[in-house]
Structures are given as structure tokens and as C-alpha cells.
Design a protein around this ligand. Structure first.
Ligand code: FAD
Length: 396
């Protein structure tokens, strides 16, 4: 199952088209997030922002495979699309320019060539083609274990059950016996109302494991080729922003290509590439990438300064008002403004300083100065290194 954020008024029209592809694919409406704090047992609700009609906007949760099949079917209905299924084997290159691909056709098993003025590479998180095209490399700080959980609930009127996706993040490498780990290390820390369903579903569900990768963006200078989706840029899946980034990138290219005289004009294409990098950074990718990585650092806190920041972040959400509407506007990619992200991150760091002083007894207040300095140093090093990773290769 996959979550995609609400289609707000600023969402590209192309996304509406894409979402036609998931109609009938067991789409569930998602109204926001709930964060549980394991230390205190408290929770905070973070609803999506309200739309112009005053109603809370909805995200969509759906089976990824069914969505992809829907997209493929939709693409095939266009008379200009020639649909070929196969495995891309290698890029055909000449004089530093990509001229097409060599592929194995699924139906015949034959190896064939496809030559084209522009090759678009979107071979996902394990991309084998990105290596020779982009400057950044993938880093993996954690892994996800996922399965489908059956949840049953009964109200005074009736009983219902539904299926939801569970993703458990583990820092570093996967445990040797993942099921055992989930049962004995993770289940006891879950909110009580989820524990039974979690343990029961774990026995019968197929457990899947995936690396949570980070790949900052960098320019693709080679002529004749574009790289999109996870092959180009990845961030921690905690905030579920991967598809929003990929679909918004496609939308930007859709608009840029309308302005190109043709796909063989290399100068115009290079100009369009530069516009693409700038537009995506301003419109969505900076916020989604930095937010996902920064939130992950906080939520997976493994040292004291990060634990202070995590507690401050949780209580910041509990303040409500702008402390919720601002961050959720960023999380949902409805108002992804870089300045808003930096502002809220700094506010959380200062809130952590406030807690450092508040929680110390009067005779130990001087210790709070040291704690605050360490927390602020940690917060700024996380934020600045993430900002740097977004801007490093884009100086103009
Ligand atoms: C655990 C986890 C949970 C996530 N949850 C969410 C979420 O809730 N919401 C969200 O928005 N994002 C989520 N993401 C991120 C999201 O899944 C990706 O950002 C998105 O799928 C990227 O799409 P893509 O088309 O680039 O890559 P993919 O979806 O990986 O598609 C790549 C395709 O290329 C094909 N391919 C690969 N090599 C070749 C080849 N040589 N020849 C031909 N075909 C090839 C593959 O078979 C595949 O079909 C999650 C990621 C992870 C790891």
C-alpha cells in the first residue's frame, strides 16, 4: 500500500489525470497523521489542512501495484504511445551522448535496440543506469520492514475491519530474525489498541524488507537523457513524499517540453534542465527531502540531544494552531515553502531549549545552558548539512 498526499488547489492538473488511474483500486481516504509518544503514552493528531470548502482535505492510500497497472492501462489508451514491455539492458552512447537503449523484449525474449533523441530513465531505487549519470551516491541509514495488518473495530452499531500498511524502521542493518524482532522488541512499544492486531497479522502476513535510501539531487549533464523518480532523487520514506516528488517532477517536465522546439535541440534541452532543477527545488523537492531526513533524525533519536529535539517536536505539535497547520502544510506538500520549513525547525529547536531550562530544578539551571548549546549545535548541524546536500551542485 502506498500513501499519496491530498490534491490541493495548487496540485498540478496532471495529478488529477494520474489519480483517475487509481479509481477502483481500493482507495482509502486518509485525513492526516497521528503521532504516539512511546515515553509518555500521549498522542497528537495532525489533520491535513482544510480546503476552500472548509472540509479537511484527504490523501489517498492504495495498493501500489494496482496504481501502476492503472497508469499503464491509461498510457496505452493514447494513440501516440507505443507500449513495449521488456528489460532495459544498457544505454547506447556515442560521443558522450545517450542515443537510446538496448533491451530484452518480454514477449519474444529477443535483444533489441531503441534509438531516440531523448531517453528517460526511471528504474527506481536500485537503478543501475544512474551510476554513470549523476554525481551523488545513495546512502542507507536504516531499513523498513513492512506488512499488511488486518484491523477490526466494533462500534455500538456494527463491526468493521480493514487492511492497513505497517512499516517499521530499524536503524542500521536488518535484524537476523525480523519476525521475532517485531514480536518481542516492537510490539510491546506499540499503542495498546494496535498490539493484538499487529501480532496476529504478523503471523499470517508476508513480511517485506526495503532499504530506506537517501539520494540528494544533482544535475544530469549528459546529452540525450533525463533521470526521474527514485533513480534521480530519494529521501527517507517516513513522510511518504516519494510519489509526490516524482509526479510533480513529471508535471514540470510536461510543461517544459511544451516549450521545446524539438527533442533534438540540445541547447534548448540543457536550458530546460536548468529550469527544471530550479523549479523543482522551489516548488517541492527541497521541502520534501529536507523534511523527511530531518524528521527521521528526530523520530529515530539515538542520542540525548536528538531525544530532546524529539520531545520538543512532539510538544510543539500539541500546541496546535500554526504549530500544526504549518508543518502539515509541508508534510502534505500542499504549502511546501522552504522558509516555513526552516522557521518551524528553528522553533522546535528553541522549544527544546525552553524544555531544557523548564525541566531542571533551580539549583541545576546552569546545566541547562550546556544542554541547550549541545541541542542547538545538533539541530543546526542536521539542518545545515541537509540544506547543503540540496544546494551543493546547484550554484546559479
Ligand atoms: C518502504 C517504503 C515505503 C514508501 N511509502 C511511500 C508512500 O507511502 N508514499 C509515497 O509517495 N512514496 C512512498 N515511498 C517512495 C515511493 O515508493 C517511490 O518514491 C516511488 O515508487 C518512486 O517511483 P519510481 O517510478 O521512481 O520507482 P519504482 O516505483 O521503484 O519503479 C521503478 C520501475 O522500474 C522497473 N525497472 C527497474 N529496472 C529496470 C530495467 N532494467 N528495465 C526495465 N524496467 C526496470 C521496476 O521493475 C519498476 O517497475 C516508499 C518507499 C519505501 C522504500
Amino acid at each position: 500500500m502506498e500513501l499519496d498526499d491530498p490534491l490541493g488547489p495548487s496540485a498540478p492538473p496532471l495529478l488529477g489525470y494520474v489519480f483517475d488511474a487509481i479509481q477502483g483500486a481500493d482507495v482509502q481516504a486518509v485525513h492526516g497523521y497521528i503521532v504516539h509518544d512511546g515515553e509518555t503514552g500521549q498522542e497528537v493528531q495532525i489533520p491535513y489542512p482544510e480546503g476552500a470548502d472548509g472540509k479537511v482535505q484527504c490523501g489517498q492510500a492504495f495498493h501500489h501495484g494496482r496504481f501502476i497497472s492503472g497508469l499503464r492501462k491509461k498510457a496505452q489508451t493514447h494513440s501516440t504511445v507505443c507500449y513495449i514491455e521488456g528489460t532495459a539492458l544498457r544505454l547506447i552512447e556515442e560521443d558522450g551522448k545517450v542515443l537510446g537503449i538496448e533491451y530484452r523484449e518480454k514477449q519474444s525474449g529477443e535483444v533489441k535496440e531503441l534509438r531516440t533523441p531523448l531517453t528517460i530513465i526511471a528504474d527506481g531505487c536500485f537503478s543501475k543506469f544512474r551510476k554513470s549519470l549523476i554525481k551523488t551516491s545513495v546512502s542507507i541509514h536504516s531499513h523498513f520492514m513492512g506488512f499488511l495488518m488486518q484491523v477490526s473495530a466494533s462500534t455500538s452499531r456494527d463491526a468493521c475491519s480493514w487492511e492497513t500498511r505497517v512499516l517499521v524502521d530499524v536503524r542500521g542493518n536488518l535484524p537476523r530474525d525480523p519476525k521475532n524482532y517485531l514480536l518481542h522488541e516492537v510490539a510491546p512499544n506499540l499503542p495498546e489498541h494496535l498490539r493484538e492486531a499487529f501480532c496476529k497479522s504478523l503471523q499470517s502476513s508476508h513480511l517485506r524488507c526495503m532499504p530506506a535510501s537517501f539520494l540528494p539531487p544533482s544535475p544530469v549533464d549528459k546529452a540525450g537523457v533525463l533521470v526521474l523518480g527514485d533513480a534521480y532523487n530519494m529521501r527517507h520514506p517516513l513522510t511518504g513524499g516519494g510519489m509526490s516528488v516524482a509526479l510533480n517532477d513529471v508535471h514540470i517536465w510536461h510543461e517544459l517540453m511544451l516549450g521545446l522546439p524539438n527533442l533534438t535541440n540540445e541547447k534548448a534541452l540543457q536550458r530546460a534542465k536548468r529550469q527544471f532543477y530550479q523549479r523543482r527545488r522551489k516548488s517541492h523537492s527541497f521541502v520534501v527531502n529536507v523534511l523527511a531526513q530531518a524528521l527521521y533524525e528526530l523520530f529515530a533519536a539515538n542520542d540525548d540531544p536528538l531525544r530532546h529535539l524529539r520531545r520538543a517536536c512532539f510538544h510543539y505539535f500539541r500546541l496546535g494552531g500554526k504549530c500544526v497547520s504549518g508543518p502539515v502544510g509541508l508534510l502534505s506538500v500542499l504549502t511546501p515553502k522552504p522558509a516555513t520549513l526552516i522557521g518551524h525547525f528553528c522553533a522546535v529547536a528553541l522549544y527544546a531549549v525552553y524544555f531544557a531550562f523548564k525541566l531542571e530544578p533551580w539549583y541545576a539551571k546552569p546545566r541547562a545552558f550546556i544542554t541547550s548549546a549541545v541541542v542547538l549545535h545538533r539541530a543546526s548541524s542536521i539542518l545545515l548539512s541537509l540544506i547543503w546536500s540540496e544546494l551543493k551542485y546547484f550554484h546559479e
